[in-house]
Design a protein around this ligand. Structure first.
Ligand SMILES: [Zn+2]
Length: 270
């Protein structure tokens, strides 16, 4: 086999893996498109690229939402009270949950708005549409439709709550422990868990430097989550658990093998 051909195959495998890890369905569609054109077809690469984009968008927004219920999942319903942090989560099929979680989120979001008018439940990574045990990387546990990450709540300079967030991706903008607070991050890192704060590389930039973490808004949101009967547990960094005075035993520590949870909240249903 010629070196060029081998390199091409390796390149295709890398693209397949990346697209699968990012979007679940992208890798398969990529393989389909590669085999669809004759080797000598005119402008083969351009046609493949255009067809891939069309096929991917059609699948993501028309086909997948209709197939997911067969696997017990559905798209998170966006309303005036619930939104994805960015279009990426919807474009990458990372917004699927079990109907029970969807309902719980709707109830929590409506109550959040009753407590703080105009403040929305903003979600990050949920689950992929298909197959239990297929993890939504880098979150190994987001593999059954029962898990969801949501954003913390922030306030303006004048203390009013805002729907703005601090990180472009939604991850990696930490509300770090103060000097007087328990520092789980250094405890885990000192034990050799180097990955504990690697989400700092995933923020893709910080935005909205004028806003600050809202103790009051985030506490309201978390208590509404904890009060929902479907909810089994919630992960947040220990120093925030203390700062927010959370005593409900659904609040757990995720362990040093996970990543720090002071840039987002994770919760899951039974
Ligand atoms: Zn999570």
């Amino acid at each position: 086999m010629k070196v060029n051909k081998l390199l091409k195959i390796i390149f295709h495998i890398i693209i397949f893996v990346l697209l699968t890890v990012l979007t679940q369905i992208g890798g398969i569609l990529f393989i389909v498109v590669i085999f669809l054109f004759r080797k000598d077809a005119n402008r083969r690469k351009l046609k493949q690229f255009a067809l891939f984009i069309l096929l991917y968008l059609f699948s993501t927004f028309i086909i997948v939402p209709n197939l997911a219920p067969i696997f017990g999942r559905e798209k998170i319903k966006n309303t005036e009270f619930i939104q994805a942090h960015s279009f990426f989560f919807k474009l990458a099929n990372r917004n699927y949950v079990k109907p029970e979680l969807n309902n719980a989120m709707q109830k929590i979001a409506i109550k959040l708005n009753e407590n703080h008018t105009g403040i929305k439940l903003i979600y990050l990574d949920a689950n992929f549409p298909f197959f239990n045990k297929f993890p939504l990387l880098p979150h190994l546990s987001h593999n059954d439709g029962k898990k969801i990450d949501i954003s913390l709540i922030y306030e303006n300079k004048n203390g009013g709550l805002t729907n703005k967030k601090k990180s472009i991706s939604g991850y990696g903008a930490f509300e770090a422990p103060t000097n007087s607070e328990y520092n789980q991050v250094s405890v885990c890192k000192n034990k050799g868990h180097w990955q504990y704060d690697y989400s700092k590389f995933l923020s893709f930039g910080s935005i909205n430097s004028e806003i600050n973490f809202s103790t009051n808004g985030t506490r309201t949101l978390i208590n509404l989550i904890l009060n929902n009967n479907e909810v089994e547990k919630l992960f947040i960094e220990p120093h925030l658990k203390n700062r927010l005075n959370l005593t409900n035993n659904k609040v757990r520590f995720h362990g040093c093998y996970a990543v720090r949870h002071d840039d987002h909240i994770h919760f899951q249903i039974k």
